[in-house]
Structures are given as C-alpha cells and as structure tokens.
Design a protein around this ligand. Structure first.
Ligand SMILES: C[S@@+](CC[C@H](N)C(=O)[O-])C[C@H]1O[C@@H](n2cnc3c(N)ncnc32)[C@H](O)[C@@H]1O
Length: 362
C-alpha cells in the first residue's frame, strides 16, 4: 500500500547510517525525570541501536511488567529494547516499521539484548509493515495492552487510519503512549510536497488541536498531555520554508475505555504501589497523585483509572460531588506549547492565546 510519501520517508530514514536531523527533535531533553528502571534499561542498549535513534521523546510509561506492547514506527529499535527489559521475560514487544533497512538493523541486536537481560528466549520481534495496516501483518484486534510511538505519526499521510488501527488492536483499558511533533497551526498544503520537510516531520505534523479531535473521533479518551518541549530548527532553509510555524515535541497518553464504563466522577486514593513511584504518580502534567491522598477526579479520569492497568493501584469510590474545574473548556491545559514554555519557566499567558513564535525557535 506504499504511497509516494511512504517511499520518500523510507528513503529518508533507510539510506543513512546516522540520520542527520535538521531540528532538535531527536535531542530534546525530557522535562519529566526518567524513572530509575527506564534509565538503567537505557544504559544497557547497544550503542549502535542508540546511534540510529530518531525519536522525539521517551515512550516509557509506568508499570510494564508482563505487558504486550507494540511500537509503531520502531526505527532502529531503541525504545523496543528499553521496553523489552521493562516488560520482563513474561512480556512481549513488537516493533513495526515499514523501512526494510531499519527492520534488518533492529533485528541484528535481538540476541544481544536477550542475553544482556538474561532471558532464555527473546521477548521482542520486529515486523516490516505499515502502521496504517496492522491487519496485514497479523496484529489481531484487542490483542495489546499498550501501544507506543515515537515520532512516526507525523510521517504518516493518513493519521486517521493509524489511530483507527491503534484503537482496534488495543484491549479495553489499554493505553496508547504517543510522542510526536505538533505544529502551532495547521500546516498548509503547499509544504506537504517537500521531501525534507516531510522527513523531518514538519510537513506532516498535526496541529495539536487536530490531534485532540481526531483521537476522540476514533474513540479514544481525551488525550492527557504528559510533557512537551519546543523544537529548534537548525537549518535556515527549513526555517524559512516553515514561515513562522512553531513546532513542539509532546507526549500524550490516550486510553481505550470500555463502552460499558461507569460514567461517574470518583474519589481516588493512590496506594503508592506502581514500581519506581512510591510517593506519587505523575500521571500527566495536570494530575499528580500523592500516595494516600484523596483526590476527586472527573468521570473520564475515573473511567481511565477503573479500567487501565493502574486499577489495582488506586482505591476508587464513585461520588456525586462535583469536581473542581482545574482547566478551561477550550483545552488550553492540553496545549503543548504552553506546557513547553512553562517548563522553560517563561512568562506563560493565563489564557489559551497562542504565543507568537520566539526568535530563534520556530
Ligand atoms: C523519526 S523515525 C523514529 C524511529 C523510532 N521510533 C525512534 O525513536 O528512533 C520514524 C520511523 O517511522 C517509520 N515510519 C514512518 N511512517 C511509517 C508507516 N506509515 N508505517 C510504518 N513505519 C513508518 C520510519 O520508517 C521510521 O523508522
């Protein structure tokens, strides 16, 4: 099903041993601290795998032991191998990528990591295929606990198809943990035909508000914004072409909620039982659950906590108490540009108004 866009992207990522990125996307520092287990896993990844990393975030959610995870656009496999360590010998990781060179490159290190992690047999496979057509590579509906994707959705011409497939293959209560590049406005059609701009994720980046409507249309929960960083475009030619559009790398978590869910708010108490997070669980930029502290959450968050893999880590009591509003209705709490600037301790406007592009940052 490859289109011209797919062919260009394959050439862009397949031909070079070390992709020369023209933006800061692959080198952004996470504003969220890396949990010790993820940090230790990262230290054990083969340097050749890390060298070809071209993601724009850290797609390592909490509590992965025993999970079955699919990485969409797995590239050289860095994130798959981190996850391979964290899911343990009873878990399973599948990396899907359309670029044959990267599938071959990632497969070369399966044995290395299996031995490094002390597993009797590998728990990771890499499959060549399209994120839009997971059925073609035999990924069954409702077969996965978690999906991750690191800087690949922005390269896909048909985002809706990818998100629909993601929704299909996730189990109820499953999570899609998604790091990607987003734009400050919808990218004009005229920029879509430039192979380098597309390869850098700048032409295909979703306007962040469009992500919210698209994922909800497909059936996911409202996305929860975890972290965000401004992207700097080093290349002056690309800067010129982008013509004032700003970019950010951001991580959102989306959940597939059961259709028969209870739609009531709840008083929840985090038990401190998620590994690496004894004192609090930073669920997203808005919700940090302190251990043993009661919090009233809205109906959607209550459904997420009741149905996802954290359900046993919370005590959850339905309530009719109205939830104090923590955010405005026009989704400014989900605006990754505002969050990125807050992390930079900039003077962030209190309203949803978009910031003007900063001088050297687009
Ligand atoms: C920017 S790279 C990121 C790779 C990897 N996630 C990482 O963090 O290093 C994007 C990857 O997505 C893959 N990709 C892009 N579009 C795809 C599609 N439609 N189906 C499958 N893979 C795709 C590319 O081949 C490339 O390896």
């Amino acid at each position: 099903m490859g289109t011209l866009v797919h062919d260009n992207v394959q050439r862009y990522y397949g031909s070079l041993v070390h992709v020369d990125r023209k933006t800061s996307a692959a080198s952004v520092q996470s504003s969220r601290s890396i949990p010790p287990s993820a940090f230790n896993a990262l230290q054990q990844i083969h340097p050749h795998v890390c060298k070809r990393y071209t993601g724009c975030g850290l797609v390592v959610p909490e509590k992965l032991q025993g999970c079955k995870i699919l990485d969409l656009g797995s590239g050289s496999g860095r994130d798959c191998y981190i996850l391979s360590k964290l899911v343990g010998r009873t878990g399973h990781v599948i990396g899907v990528d359309m670029t044959p060179e990267l599938i071959l490159a990632s497969r070369k290190y399966i044995r290395y990591h299996q031995e490094k992690f002390g597993y009797e047999k590998p728990n990771t496979i890499f499959v060549q295929g399209y994120m839009e057509r997971l059925d073609e590579i035999g990924i069954k509906k409702e077969s996965l606990d978690i999906l991750v994707s690191n800087c690949a959705l922005c390269l896909c011409p048909d985002k809706r198809a990818v998100l629909k497939e993601a929704f299909r293959v996730l189990k109820d209560g499953g999570e899609f943990y998604l790091s990607d590049i987003y734009s400050s406005v919808a990218v004009p059609e005229t920029l879509r035909h430039d192979a380098v701009l597309w390869g850098e994720g700048m032409s295909g980046a979703l306007y962040w508000r469009d992500l919210i409507s698209l994922v909800k249309e497909v059936g996911f929960s409202t996305p929860y914004l975890v972290t965000a960083n401004r992207i700097v475009v080093h290349n002056s030619e690309l800067q010129r072409k982008a013509n004032g559009i700003s970019y950010v790398s951001a991580t959102y978590r989306l959940f597939k909620l059961p259709s028969n869910r209870i739609r009531r708010s709840a008083v929840v108490v985090y038990k401190g039982t998620v590994p690496d997070h004894p004192d609090h669980l930073n669920f997203d930029a808005l919700h940090s659950f302190e251990t043993d502290v009661e919090v009233t959450v809205d109906a959607e968050m209550a459904s997420v906590l009741r149905s996802c893999r954290f359900s046993n880590d919370f005590s959850i009591q339905d309530t009719d108490t109205p939830v104090p509003r923590q955010h405005c209705t026009s989704h400014c709490h989900l605006n990754p540009f505002l969050l990125a600037d807050r992390f930079l301790k900039k003077d962030v406007p209190k309203t949803c108004e978009e910031r003007r592009p900063l001088n050297s940052i687009i």
